[in-house]
Design a protein around this ligand. Sequence first.
Ligand SMILES: [Fe+2]
Ligand SMILES: [Fe+2]
Length: 303
Amino acid sequence: MEGYDYAKCIEISKRARWDIDKDVIRGREFDLSQKFLPDGLSKVDQLDFLSGEERKFLSQIQSRTYANMFGFVERFIVAKILEITRGHWLGDQVALEALVRFCDEELKHQELFRRIEPMLAVRMPEGYRFLHQPDAVAAAVLQKCTWAVLALILEIELFTQEHYRQSIEPDESLSPLFKDIFFFHMKEETTHALMDELEWALEDKKLTSTERDRAIDELIELVAAVDGILQAQSKADVDYFLKVRSPQLGKGEIDRIRDGVLKAYRWQYIFSGTELPRFRTVLGSLITEAQGKRINNALELIR
Ligand SMILES: [Fe+2]
Ligand SMILES: [Fe+2]
């Protein structure tokens, strides 16, 4: 975004700074009579053959995965941004401070999401599983080039803000604790996306056109890997739902739940980011039209 630099990011970061206990959790517990994730993200409102209680429970399972997913992606985000600070160690100390703050905030976010999982676990029936290990996935993501990883990080940090503003904030029926978690999280994500844009442009300048072309393949591979994670987790989440609730459903209805949850996850973690005009503008400024088509074709394959 024009007009923003690292100094501005430090200023915003100082203003937004919050504490997990004092500001966010404030001694509260989750209340399972409430809804957490809005329908605009969970898409459970499209499963009209389920009862209201069943839809609410299915969305609560998605909420648990939602919090776990953030804690999980932040593992590779911190590792990559820490690596990027190297470019500023002996140079721009303002950029270095801004990026160190970025990492510090993401470490705090990981702690926040680690706290949420047991808070939900004690309230929900046994059997939920979050399948993927953050370190193992981060190690695989970090095999890809910085250009591709920064593209994915920007996409994530933009949709984080978008989800809150477009879906979570306007829904008055949601759990106040859940809303606060994602309000405070979003507040510290605004500068991250700004820095992702600055660093992605710097990285882009280092690449030859052949290297950039290869980086686009790696970005496509990363999106396919994310989709693999979403397929596995959505299956595990629906299995848990069916086991706990065991609703009297036919095969057609069970298939609709499986499709619906996978579609919701693809919306949450892929398309709600890749379709954002701001993401499209930045990406479009770095690649050719033919490369853009290649990315779009790859996205269409998983839609
Ligand atoms: Fe975060
Ligand atoms: Fe972030």
